[in-house]
Design a protein around this ligand. Structure first.
Ligand code: PMP
Length: 376
């Protein structure tokens, strides 16, 4: 008799759908027989600049240490981060990407009897980690595509252990002002942890770091950040959280002892000195955002104004076909029907020529699918 191993998985895991990443360039090249060099990928909110030279050199140097385990405490990276952020190293927890930290937080603080609150259209990993640990996800309806922070605070019950807030949010790009987040934090009881996911905070014009001031006032706050976006190290998988020392102590007990590898630790520590790279990341993003906003307007498309390094654009009810047409032209974007946004495609900001390729391909794709703009 054969065993049904699916049925052996815990119920939350049985009901999971896997995270859908952007299509890799090599995969599309293989499928369509295209030259990978000619493919434009604007599907995973990556940094279009390529990695920082400073990070590359540090990564190269770290290769000679491949036979040794990494520094499990990430001493050098934590020391540099702590100095930059004005916190202590013992308030930091390093993760294999900030995804890793989000999962560790859920495992540390919630279980089968718990409720975890997040917003409709919020980053897909929140429901995923919640479900995997058997907790109940409470998905609060969005307001104007963004988090309804008042409703999220009102959704807290005595079973609530965690609230995830993405600011800016992926895939919508919506952002809340510091004062709105502060008012929200004031509403949440101290026994409920608030995870403020700031994966895209470096792109904000208000400046990074402002939310850190709340850590002493709101000891239930955990801020998560990443080296994957503005710092351009997505492949290396380095993220971190900033919290009270007590919370960091808990997270550090549960994370894998060597969850960030030596190359990643070295490159991340080094890139923090490359202020020029960060400034260029911001400048390219800002220029690309304007280019895409104007391009979408010219195509009579509506989009959600974004504070991240991507834009969700409404291409009508045949978004799936538009996506396929773009693929056929060597342009990869991200369909977000899985987020409950079947008419939108999410486009990451690229270099000027990549954005132009996308806009040109989109004009042709819309013509193919609708004979013009979707509403025309
Ligand atoms: N939070 C948000 C809102 C994101 O969009 C992402 C990346 N898709 C992450 C966290 C995780 O990024 P990483 O694991 O690369 O740090």
């Amino acid at each position: 008799m054969s065993i049904d191993y699916q049925a052996l998985a815990v119920p939350g895991v049985q009901a999971l759908s896997p995270y859908q990443p952007g299509k890799p360039i090599e995969e599309l090249a293989r499928e369509l027989g295209l030259d990978p060099a000619g493919i434009v990928k604007l599907a995973s909110n990556e940094n279009p600049l390529g990695p920082s030279q400073v990070a590359l050199e540090a990564a190269q140097q770290a290769l000679s240490e491949l036979c040794r385990y990494p520094d499990g405490n990430g001493f050098r990276l934590k020391t540099r981060l702590a100095a930059r952020l004005g916190v202590t190293a013992s308030q930091l927890t390093l993760g294999n990407g900030s995804n890793d930290i989000l999962e560790v937080i859920a495992r540390c603080f919630a279980d089968a009897g718990s409720e975890v609150v997040y917003s409709q259209y919020a980053f897909a990993v929140y429901p995923l980690v919640t479900q995997a640990i058997g907790a109940r996800g409470v998905c609060v309806p969005a307001r104007d595509w963004g988090h309804d922070l008042e409703a999220m605070a009102a959704a807290v019950t005595e079973r609530t252990k965690l609230i995830f807030v993405a600011n800016p949010n992926n895939p919508t790009g919506t952002v809340h002002s510091l004062s709105a987040v502060e008012a929200f934090l004031e509403q949440v009881p101290e026994r409920v942890l608030v995870v403020l996911d700031e994966a895209y905070c470096e792109y904000l014009t208000e400046g990074e770091g402002d939310s850190l001031q709340w850590l002493t006032r709101f000891p239930n706050l955990i801020i998560t950040r990443t080296f994957s976006k503005a710092w351009g190290l997505a492949a290396l998988r380095v993220g971190y959280s900033i919290s009270s020392e007590a919370i960091a102590d808990i997270l550090n007990r549960v994370r894998q002892p060597f969850n960030v590898d030596t190359i990643a630790l070295s490159a991340a520590a080094a890139v923090l000195d490359d202020e020029d790279y960060l400034q260029r990341s911001r400048a390219v993003n800002q220029a690309g955002m304007t280019q895409l906003d104007q391009g979408f307007e010219a195509l009579e498309l509506t989009f959600i104004p974004s504070a991240g390094n991507f834009i969700a654009v409404d291409v009508g009810e045949k978004a799936g076909e538009v996506y396929q047409q773009l693929l056929a032209r060597g342009v990869i974007v991200r369909p977000i029907a899985g987020y409950g946004m079947p008419n939108h495609l999410r486009v990451s900001i690229g270099l000027p020529e990549e954005n132009r390729r996308l806009l040109d391909a989109l004009a042709v794709a819309l013509d193919e699918v609708y004979q013009g703009a979707p509403g025309a």
